[in-house]
Ligand binder design. Structure first.
Ligand code: SAH
Ligand code: MG
Length: 216
């Protein structure tokens, strides 16, 4: 059986605001634990309020590595006021824009995982451009436009070490199943077509691929 999180971690994950279903979260956790064995940092793109971060952070703790999570915390297109995935509680009333950073910090604090995580607050391509080191795990769950998903793939996938894992969320091969577009599906196809990645598991809309070749 795949490695499962302790009950208190699962409880913290389920209590957190966010978009990761439990079955996919368990698959994400198992992949992160496996990738942690490489002894390299685990990175997530798309922190939001920290729901999936709890799992990546606990896997990092188990492996004795650091988890990194990237987000500008201003929300994706579909999370803005007036759109389907908007949550009014995520708006900073003083600034009048979304700010999910405070909720994220509460989520991590409640899960007892603050020390495991480095939060990178900024635009994913900008952070990727200054990132130099190898990563054991990259989880792409950021913006769903082609521009954002492609930039996440091109920015972060090159850093995945040999044998490391690439997880992609919201992969919907059938257009009738998707709610926010098929850009994640397109980067998944691109990763497979590159010859650098081989699929290991598929759970709901989560795909996990292993680096088995060079390049992206
Ligand atoms: N992983 C989360 C959900 C992430 S939602 C969970 O489990 O609930 C997607 C997030 O990606 C949003 O918080 C949004 O602010 C962020 N995002 C979208 N485009 C981004 C970009 N280009 N750079 C950084 N963050 C981005
Ligand atoms: Mg998602």
């Amino acid at each position: 059986m795949a490695t499962a999180p302790q009950p208190e971690i699962l409880t913290a994950f389920e209590a957190a605001k966010g978009f990761m279903p439990v079955d996919e979260g368990l698959a994400l956790y198992a992949a992160a634990v496996e990738a942690g064995a490489l002894g390299l940092p685990l990175l997530e793109v798309g922190t939001y309020c920290g729901r999936s971060t709890v799992l990546v952070a606990d896997a990092a703790r188990a492996a004795g590595v650091t988890a990194l999570t990237v987000d500008h915390h201003r929300g994706s297109e579909e999370q803005q006021p007036g759109w389907d995935y908007h949550d009014p509680e995520t708006v900073d009333p003083e600034v009048g824009l979304m700010d999910t950073l405070p909720t994220f910090r509460r989520t991590l604090f409640k899960a007892g995982l603050e020390e495991q995580v480095i939060a990178l607050v900024g635009r994913s391509p900008q952070v990727a451009a200054v990132w130099g080191g190898p990563l054991g795990f990259v989880f792409i769950d950021g913006g769903h436009t082609d521009e954002h998903a492609t930039a996440d793939y091109e920015g972060w996938a090159p850093h995945i070490a040999d044998g490391g894992l690439l997880a992609i969320h919201d992969v919907f091969p059938d257009p009738k199943d998707e709610f926010t577009g098929q850009a994640p599906y397109r980067i998944y196809l691109r990763a497979l077509a590159s010859g650098a990645f081989t699929e290991t598991t598929a759970t709901g809309s989560l795909r996990v691929l292993r680096r088995t070749g060079a390049g992206i």
